[in-house]
Write a protein that binds this ligand. Structure first.
Ligand SMILES: Cc1cc2nc3c(=O)[nH]c(=O)nc-3n(C[C@H](O)[C@H](O)[C@H](O)COP(=O)(O)OP(=O)(O)OC[C@H]3O[C@@H](n4cnc5c(N)ncnc54)[C@H](O)[C@@H]3O)c2cc1C
Length: 305
């Protein structure tokens, strides 16, 4: 039994936090991937710190997942300890600052901010995934990026210490941030400087409209991990893939979406991550042969690749 002291009079039983051999396909946006050797869902600072301590002591690599809507998880699973942030979801308001833990779904965070009379994030309505995942990849839509209103990020390093980074917009570029592809930090909380609004109905309408647009575009119709490739300078990856005649092309159960060529979908939930990876390589090679543009992934590969 792994028992650790949380504070002088309370104990956290690590056996209740750690789960072995967790099936990940059902938890990933595209419904593919193997098992996590060991997984945990911390719900607060102390649990997170204990988990990091446990991983350090046992020399386990750590993988952080929000909603896995931007990740391709290996069919061979994830080694070490996988930490899901989805139970870190508290929020509070300090004046015009909306402070939220990283595991809250971004779409829900926008609703809560509006309930608290704070607006500004509505254009990101309907974007799947957590606040932490969106910050790690500087997610964006409709000309807005999550970094536009981000004021601070609290993150934990693997020694269990918490740090605050004040955000300068120059630190964040297109799908790239100081927190991207880092194995050594966990985004814990973020503060957004929002705008107080008394009448929230207009803002709510704006959010509902962008979400409805996503629905209309068929974005939620099939399991996917969103756009596979970054847009090359002044070009659209989806357009290039479409012009190469790849819409509908499939390998195994993975298929290039007929609606949006930069999406790979898993319509029958029969695809493996290897199918998706093979399709990604096929698209990249084909687009390069035809256009001399080398596409680069926006998605993250997670686990034993
Ligand atoms: C239908 C659909 C539509 C989409 N539309 C868009 C869009 O319009 N714009 C856009 O930008 N993206 C879009 N995406 C991609 C995806 O929704 C975003 O990238 C989202 O922000 C990912 O959040 P997540 O919680 O799922 O992150 P995950 O996929 O779980 O993780 C992504 C990366 O972030 C890291 N990470 C996650 N949480 C933390 C944390 N707390 N601390 C440190 N690292 C962390 C992970 O380790 C991983 O490297 C879309 C996806 C889908 C399925």
């Amino acid at each position: 039994m792994h028992t650790n002291v949380r504070n002088s009079d309370e104990k956290i039983n690590l056996d209740h936090l750690l789960i072995e051999q967790v099936e990940l396909a059902g938890l990933s946006g595209i419904h593919t991937g193997g098992k996590a050797d060991l997984a945990a869902y911390p719900s607060d600072f102390d649990e997170l710190r204990l988990l990091l301590d446990y991983a350090q002591t046992h020399k386990l690599p750590i993988t952080i997942l929000g909603s896995a809507t931007n990740c391709l998880i290996s069919d061979d699973g994830i080694e070490g300890l996988t930490i899901f942030t989805c139970h870190l979801r508290r929020r509070h308001v300090q004046g015009e600052m909306f402070c939220v833990r990283s595991g809250l779904l971004l779409d829900r965070a926008i609703d809560y901010a509006l309930e608290d009379g704070l607006g500004g994030l509505e254009l990101l309505g309907g974007l799947p995934g957590t606040v932490g995942g969106a910050i790690a990849g500087n997610s964006g839509a409709h000309g807005m990026h999550i970094s536009d209103l981000l004021y601070y990020v609290d993150y934990m390093t693997m020694d269990g210490k918490m740090h605050r980074k004040q955000i300068h917009r120059d630190d964040f570029t297109y799908r790239n941030t100081p927190f991207s592809n880092r194995k050594d930090i966990i985004i814990y909380e973020a503060g957004f400087r929002l705008t107080p609004i008394t009448q929230t109905s207009e803002a709510r309408k704006r959010k509902d409209e962008v979400k409805a647009k996503r629905k209309l575009n068929g974005q939620y119709d099939h399991p996917s991990i969103g756009c596979i490739f970054k847009n090359p300078e002044a070009l659209h990856a989806g357009q290039l893939i479409d012009e190469c005649g790849l819409k509908g092309y499939s390998i195994g159960g993975a298929k290039v979406s007929l609606r949006h060529a930069n999406f790979i979908i898993n319509p029958n939930k029969h695809a493996t991550s290897s199918d998706v990876k093979a399709l990604i390589e096929h698209i990249r090679q084909h687009v390069f042969e035809k256009t001399h543009v080398m596409l680069e992934e926006e998605i993250h590969y997670v686990g034993r690749w």
